[in-house]
Design a binder for this molecule. Structure first.
Ligand code: C2E
Ligand code: SIN
Ligand code: SIN
Ligand code: SIN
Ligand code: FE
Ligand code: FE
Length: 378
């Protein structure tokens, strides 16, 4: 027979809508059929602005000790060396790092890996992160193995840059939608910066409990500032009203949640992004950020665990920032008063765990406030 359909594409799962982490796990399983000693694959992405390497996706037998881990690239000599050479690096016996000071290398040693293959990822000529292959065995990364791993690494780096591009397009789109209306929006650029960081702080601490992966944490950072997109449709005399809203005005104001979700649906359709799995988070944040855990919120009147976790997180970040900021209808409160108000709302209006976490991290919250103060002259 000269024509046959007997062979099945062994990598078919890669064309599905699965998240990058799921695809990575699948690739890892496939790779392990041939190289059973590859115990872990991890992808870290580089944030050039902050000089931070952050875990992005990983696959290993046990839960990685390095989930949601981040560190300064410039503080890791061995990783800097890889970059300076622009070459991947094989370490056949990680014991060489045993004495070496880096916190990061100690973490890797403690986690029991004995050898590694580390390869830098580039998008065009820009460095975007590293891929780590680890084994608990020594001297397994031989030339023929590396030739195969290079192919996997290139495929992964294409997947990561594609993911980055989609995210950047999406963000740019929504941001410009916000910019067109910015002149009338009482919410400032600093509000956006703070919101994103409060939300990420809460998500990072909840990750263990709710099994949120690194991508979830990164996505909530990107998407949380867009919660009030629907305020675009609210007339100035309500949005900028210096006093309390009457019942009719507040009823109209409440439509911003549904309007935001509708706008996002439209943007995603126009940019062909509506099939991307994780954008559900963006929809949920816009639609559900005013739900209360006791069911008294809007628009759905959802309760407790029925409210998506991303919406419960953003709700706490939003209320805290609204309280500590000046609004046309109120003065800024100090942190003591705002934290007390959050405590009072915990368990009926706001999610109790999310409130606790924000309060526990008061130092970090105040650091964020210092860094992103309102610019009165801007
Ligand atoms: P926002 O100003 O961003 O406030 C977001 C949320 O923070 C509010 O959602 C509310 O849950 C909380 N919050 C803000 N200020 C206070 C406060 O002084 N006390 C308490 N306990 N909570 C506060 P909410 O109530 O659903 O309001 C949604 C949006 O409607 C607000 O967004 C704001 O744009 C507008 N809004 C609400 N109340 C008034 C008002 O009295 N006057 C005017 N002009 N706008 C209002
Ligand atoms: C991870 O295991 O979560 C990725 C880690 C890293 O190598 O930094
Ligand atoms: C170091 O921290 O300088 C060495 C270990 C590493 O990060 O790879
Ligand atoms: C890592 O696996 O996260 C880093 C270890 C290494 O530098 O190879
Ligand atoms: Fe809102
Ligand atoms: Fe807001």
């Amino acid at each position: 027979m000269t024509v046959s359909f007997a062979h099945e594409d062994s990598l078919k799962a890669l064309q599905s809508k699965a998240s990058l982490s799921e695809k990575l796990r699948f690739l890892h399983d496939t790779l392990r059929e041939r190289y059973d000693f590859i115990d872990r694959i991890a992808i870290t992405v580089y944030d050039a602005q902050l000089d931070l390497l952050k875990t992005f996706a990983w696959s290993s037998e046990d839960r990685s000790p390095l989930t949601n881990y981040q560190y300064k690239l410039s503080e890791s000599e061995s990783l800097m060396e890889i970059l300076q050479r622009g070459q991947p690096r094989v370490v056949n016996d990680l014991a060489v790092f045993a004495g070496a000071g880096g916190h990061h290398s100690q973490v890797i040693n403690r986690s029991g890996y004995s050898s590694s293959y580390t390869t830098p990822m580039y998008k065009e000529d820009d460095f975007i992160g590293f891929i780590f292959f680890n084994s608990t065995r020594k001297h397994v990364f031989t030339e023929p193995v590396l030739a195969d791993l290079d192919m996997v690494a290139h495929m992964l780096s294409l997947m990561v840059s594609c993911e980055k591009m989609v995210l950047e397009t999406l963000q740019a789109t929504v941001r410009s939608a916000m910019h067109f209306t910015h002149h009338r929006d009482p919410e400032t650029a600093e509000h956006i910066d703070r919101m994103a960081r409060y939300s990420r702080l809460i998500a990072r601490d909840l990750a263990e409990e709710y099994q949120l992966d690194d991508q979830f944490v990164e996505h909530i950072f990107l998407f949380s500032p867009l919660h009030d997109l629907g305020k675009i449709g609210i007339p100035d005399e309500i949005l900028l009203k210096p006093g309390r809203l009457d019942e009719r005005e507040f009823a109209l104001m409440k439509t911003h949640a549904q309007r935001g979700k509708d706008l996002i649906d439209e943007l995603l359709r126009n940019y062909g992004l509506d099939g991307v799995g994780y954008v559900d988070m963006l929809r949920n944040i816009a639609l559900h950020h005013h739900e209360n855990v006791d069911g008294s919120g809007y628009p759905g009147g959802l309760r407790a665990e029925d409210i998506p976790i991303e919406a419960r997180i953003v709700s706490v970040a939003d209320v805290f920032d609204a309280l500590t900021s000046e609004r046309p209808y109120k003065k800024a409160w100090d942190n003591d008063r705002a934290f007390q108000a959050l405590r009072d709302m915990a368990g009926h209006k706001l999610d109790r765990r999310c409130v606790e976490i924000l309060i526990i991290h008061r130092d970090e919250v105040e650091e964020i406030q210092r860094r992103f103060q309102e610019n009165r002259f801007g």
